[in-house]
Design a protein around this ligand. Structure first.
Ligand SMILES: NC(=O)c1ccc[n+]([C@@H]2O[C@H](COP(=O)([O-])OP(=O)(O)OC[C@H]3O[C@@H](n4cnc5c(N)ncnc54)[C@H](O)[C@@H]3O)[C@@H](O)[C@H]2O)c1
Length: 339
């Protein structure tokens, strides 16, 4: 299918975070005609090192808040699209203190939509499958674009709210938007607070990994590079006003993932400790991405989870300078929560 939209000058919000920075690398590598302005507040989760070394004539970093309407008035004109990744993204943090989640995820999205309305800029909204709540472990169903919203946590409810704003601004004001809801990502540059990097870096540090609850919670894993190619496909070929689910058929329960990490790192597969479960912990997520695959012709490329995991482990071993500064504070926070 021919590309219908050919952006040349895009804003990527949250481009110094995990998935946003992987997307910036993807665009620089795959789309040499595109200039990227990264708008990032550099919270604890944002690290300019994630995009350091990319050509300065291709990528510009603006440090600022997506909630700052005056800043948006200065930088949005002249761009032809905003790809919105910036968010407070960690469920556990949202339970401890939900306010920044409402501010950044809901108010921030509102500000971006208003800027798109004012300057007639196309908008792609990056969201999560967590807006759909969870499925029972033994339920054969998977989420589709038609699944009703049923978010469980402050994080997922703030993302669900932001999705609703996008739909309303599209319908009411004619914003040219698309939405994607993706499953759990893994890969390089993911903060050590998240499940896979936390386990890898604990093992590197000689600390026994910790597993929530009974370890049976199922997540649908996708390599972040596949998420990037899917977002680019939707931005350039997706139909305005449509939602596309992104997934790579990577359902695995947490104990299987942890055992795979232990095995790949040369440890006995039972060398971990159980910890108290997170309140409201969703049981199972599973994505049916048929619409994206059939309508837009997208296919994931990194579907061998074990080799993707090995490459990710190698990345964390080789980039200790990158994750080490955040490790002690992250573990101190978990220790306070008894996790
Ligand atoms: N991590 C996943 O598995 C996953 C899955 C599906 C969807 N998503 C979505 O993808 C997006 C990125 O997730 P991530 O895991 O890379 O998150 P992350 O926490 O690693 O990065 C978030 C980035 O946003 C920036 N940011 C936060 N508040 C900001 C603000 N007010 N203004 C400007 N920048 C701000 C941070 O500095 C950081 O660079 C989020 O919207 C998330 O909901 C994540």
């Amino acid at each position: 299918m021919a590309e219908t939209f050919e952006p040349k000058n895009i804003i990527v919000t949250g481009g110094c975070g995990f998935i946003g920075s992987n997307f910036v690398h993807h665009v620089v590598r795959e789309h040499p005609e595109v200039h990227v302005t990264v708008l990032d507040k550099l919270t604890y989760a944002g690290n300019p090192e994630n995009i350091a070394g990319l050509p300065v004539d291709r990528v510009e970093l603006v440090v600022g808040d997506i909630c700052d309407a005056e800043l948006l008035d200065r930088i949005v004109p002249g761009h032809d699209a905003i790809v919105h990744y910036a968010a407070e993204s960690h469920n556990d943090n949202s339970i401890a203190d939900p306010e920044p989640f409402v501010q950044t995820n809901v108010v921030g999205t509102f500000r971006l939509l208003e800027a798109c309305r004012k300057y007639d800029v196309r908008y792609h909204h990056v969201s999560t499958d967590e807006v759909y709540g969870d499925l029972a472990i033994d339920d054969p169903a998977r989420f589709t674009e038609e699944t009703p919203y049923k978010p469980s946590s402050p994080y997922s409810s703030s993302k669900a709210s932001s999705d609703m704003l996008v739909r309303a601004w599209t319908r009411t004001y004619g914003i040219r938007s698309t939405i994607s809801n993706c499953s759990n990502n893994y890969g390089p540059y993911q903060h050590v607070e998240k499940f896979i990097p936390r386990q890898i870096t604990n093992i590197i540090d000689g600390i026994r990994p910790k597993l929530y609850g009974d370890g049976k919670n199922v997540r649908d894993w996708i390599h972040t590079e596949d998420h990037s190619s899917a977002v680019w496909t939707i931005l350039t070929k997706g139909r305005i006003g449509e939602t596309y689910l992104i997934g790579a058929d990577g359902e695995k329960d947490n104990i299987t993932v942890l055992r795979a990490i232990l095995k790949a790192m040369g440890k006995p597969e039972d060398d971990f400790d159980w910890v108290r479960d997170r309140p409201g912990h969703d049981r199972r997520y599973a994505i049916d991405s048929t619409k994206l695959r059939t309508e837009l012709g997208w296919q994931p490329q990194h579907t061998d989870f074990e080799s993707g995991l090995e490459a990710t482990i190698a990345w964390y071993r080789e980039h200790e300078d990158w994750w080490r500064p955040a490790k002690a504070a992250t573990e101190a926070k978990y220790a306070k929560q008894g996790q």
